[in-house]
Each structure stands twice: as C-alpha cells, then as structure tokens.
Design a protein around this ligand. Structure first.
Ligand code: S3P
Length: 418
C-alpha cells in the first residue's frame, strides 16, 4: 500500500523544522504531498528524493526563511493548514494559494486560534488566496477545538513549538494523533491527558527537534477503496499489506465488520511508532447498520466509499454526525447522495445524516459529478466494479492528489477502466 498522506505531510514538515537531516521511507508521492515538499523547499528546507528515500534538510524551529514567491498548495487542506501553523512562528510574509476546491474551503477555523497566538492575516477574508505574516514572538494559548479537526489541532501544536511557554489544545472527540506521535519522535515535549470526556494535548514551546528516519506506513484511507472492492465483488479475497491501523483511523474497518464484512487485521506490528497490519478482506454478504456520530473522526474520509458499500448491503445504513463532510475537497455529503441517486440507489441527506437504502444490488450506469474531489471519483469508480452497468465519473485527474496508483492497482486486481 502506498504511504499514508497524513503522515507523509507531517514527516516533511517536521523534517523542515528539525535540525539536521530527516530521511523518509515510503513517502506518498502524490500531488498533495509533493506540493508540501515544494513548499518546505521554498522556505529554505530542501526536500528531495535521494535514491529510494526522501531527504529533508531541516532549519530548526524558527529557522525557515522568506520565500521568493507565493506558496501553492494545490488541492491540499492538510498542507495549507499545517503550514499556517509553521509560518506563524517565523517573521515572514507569505501568500498562500490553491486550486478552485481549496479556495472554497474554510480557513478561519485555523486562522482564529493562530491569530490569538500572534499570526497576522493581511486580508479581511477566510479563504485562499491569503497573505499571512508570522512572528518570532508567538504567545502560547489554551484552545478548545470547536470542530473535531486534526488539521486545526496540528496547526496549533506546530505553532506552539515556537511559542514562549506551553500551548494546550483540548478535544472532545479524539482525532488522528499522528502529529502528537511524530513530534515526540522528533524530540518535542508533547503530553496527552484524557479525562472527563476530553483530551488535553500540551506542547512545550521553544522546542528543538532533531532530524530522524521516518518509515511511512500504508494509507488506510486509500486502502479503503480496495477493501470496499473486495467486499462487493463476489468471490474476491484481497490482502492489503502494510497498512496503518492507528485506532484514530480505523472506524471504516470497524463499521465493515459490523456490517458482516470478513475483514481481518493480520500480522499486527509496530513500525515507526504507529500500529501497522496486513488487512485481508473477503467478499461478504452485508447488512445495513447505524454508524454513530462519535465514530466520524476515525473514518471522516471514508464516508463516500462506505455509502457505496452500503448500497450493496441489505437494508438501511444510517450515518450520523457528518457536518464536517460538507467542508472537505467538495461538499461530500451532497456529492455522495447525488452520485448514489445517479446510479439508482435510494439515499437521503437530512441535516448531518446520510441514509442509504441498500438492496444488495446496484443498477449503475450513472455519470457522477466529482467536483475536484479525489475520494468522490474513487468511491464511484469502485461502485462500478459491482454494479450491473458501468459507472462513469466526469473527471479522474484529481485522483493523483492522494492515490496516483489507484487505477494501476485496481487493474492488477482485475478492474477495467475505459
Ligand atoms: C487530516 C485530517 C482530516 C482529514 C484529512 C487529513 C490530517 O481533516 O479529512 O484528509 O492529515 O490531519 P480534519 O482534521 O480537518 O477533519
């Protein structure tokens, strides 16, 4: 399985903030991550491929320099928001740009806490393109996340590395914790304390990070398409090797099991401070389930493909607490419901709830509008593997933002694309 996108972004960014050389094995070479590599290079921490690994020459916390032009993040919300945290702690003025999808996404959720710490936003708006100015004099804050977002949490913790004192983020629903794990590995003082239904994550400022070797595990969000394909195509058995199974990322696989899916984590091990396993999936008879809202952060990127799987199950699948889906690369709630309808599947959106009526079979034959969203494209192409008629998507170029190997791997498993 190609490398995890979240961990790949973080390895490049922490490598740039560390002193000395960081070597990264199995970095995801997808457009989003390559944009982050270009961004840290433009800030004075060169990231390049050296043989089979990637190397970043770090400049230390506070040691990055003024770039000569705007920084283009392409389609990537993660790259943008995490780098806003980085820029906050440097006395540089930076223009941030992105594609049409990224330029529609809300940045105030990150800018507001970073402004409390000392970041200046030079325009009175909340979407890219934006110009921001950091400072050497960041102040630490204590901040309760108003939305369950690992990107917001991470941006604040990263800015906290450069602040004078301890910065604390408080979260109610646990979100992916790769930032906390990897910052500790790079030598930062990061503490997480769970109690009273909340997690308090504290980072000590004036931090010094040291360059490290990082091994990036396989991406469970990309593996989700392969797992879904194996479940819905009769007779399939697929083992996906070396996939990250951090519990903050495995809600999709848990849900598949509840639906009756034959999904096993084999050969469980730890690699580079993260749990990893080979995921074996066999085609299964599936039943609709109710997916509780508290599971959303651990499978936030997998709802579109879960909705596709649900269409092949018997009975109703109800997914609750999906507000965050509306502010992803597209409005994924609307795009998923429209894609299901285009292929003859009964589905309804009601507030933050998506309901899919599964009948075990899907007619297909629809043309799905992808709205520059890689996961919408891959979800509905996966649907086409098991529907009566092939499924078409209006664009597939953006699949390269997260999973350039998608088509090749699916073809290896027997899929046909035209
Ligand atoms: C990510 C966090 C999630 C996820 C995104 C990657 C990360 O976003 O949707 O694909 O790497 O931190 P939010 O934290 O904003 O929900």
């Amino acid at each position: 399985m190609p490398g995890d996108k979240s961990i790949s972004h973080r390895a490049l960014i922490f490598g740039a903030l560390a002193i000395g050389r960081t070597r990264i094995g199995d970095l995801l070479e997808a457009e989003d991550v390559l944009n982050t590599a270009a961004v840290v290079t433009a800030l004075g921490a060169p990231a390049r491929k050296a043989g089979v690994v990637w190397e970043v020459l770090g400049r230390g916390v506070g040691g990055l320099c003024q770039p000569s032009g705007p920084l283009d993040f392409g389609n990537s919300g993660t790259g943008t928001r995490l780098m806003m945290g980085v820029i906050s702690g440097h006395p540089i003025t930076v223009r941030l740009t992105g594609d049409a999808s990224l330029s529609r996404r809300p940045m105030s959720r990150v800018l507001r806490p970073l402004q409390q710490m000392g970041l200046e936003v030079l325009e009175d708006k909340e979407t890219l393109p934006l110009t921001i100015r950091g400072t050497r004099d960041l102040v630490p804050i204590e901040y309760a996340l108003p939305v369950p977002s690992a990107q917001v949490k991470s941006a604040i913790l990263i800015a906290g590395l450069a602040a004078a004192g301890e910065t604390t983020v408080i979260e109610r629903e646990p979100t992916r914790d790769h930032t906390e794990r990897m910052l500790r590995y790079f030598g930062a003082d990061v503490r997480s304390v769970r109690g009273g239904g909340l997690t308090r994550i504290t980072v000590k400022g004036d931090a010094e990070l040291e360059g490290r070797d990082v091994a990036v595990p396989g991406d469970p969000s990309s593996a989700a398409f392969i797992a879904a394909a194996a479940l819905i195509v009769p007779g399939s058995e697929v083992t996906i090797e070396g996939v990250l199974v951090n519990p903050t990322r495995t809600g999709f696989y848990e849900t598949l099991r509840e639906m009756g899916g034959d999904v096993a984590f084999l050969n469980a091990r730890e690699e580079g401070g993260e749990p990893v396993a080979d995921i074996r999936v066999r085609a299964s008879k599936l039943t609709g389930v109710r997916v509780p809202p508290e599971r959303a952060p651990s499978m936030i990127d997998e709802y579109p493909v879960l909705a596709v799987v649900a269409a092949f199950a018997q009975g109703r699948t109800q997914m609750d607490g999906l507000a965050e889906l509306k502010v992803k690369e597209s409005d994924r709630l609307a795009a998923t419901a429209a894609g299901l309808a285009a292929n003859g599947v009964e589905a309804a959106v009601n507030g933050d709830r998506l309901v899919v009526e599964g009948t075990g079979t899907v007619e297909g034959g629809g043309l799905v509008a992808t709205h520059l969203d890689h996961r919408i494209a891959m979800s509905f192409l996966t649907m086409g593997l098991a529907s009566r008629q092939p499924v078409a998507v209006d664009d597939s170029a953006m699949i390269a933002t997260s999973f350039p190997e998608f088509r090749g791997l699916m073809e290896l498993l027997g899929a046909r694309f035209t």
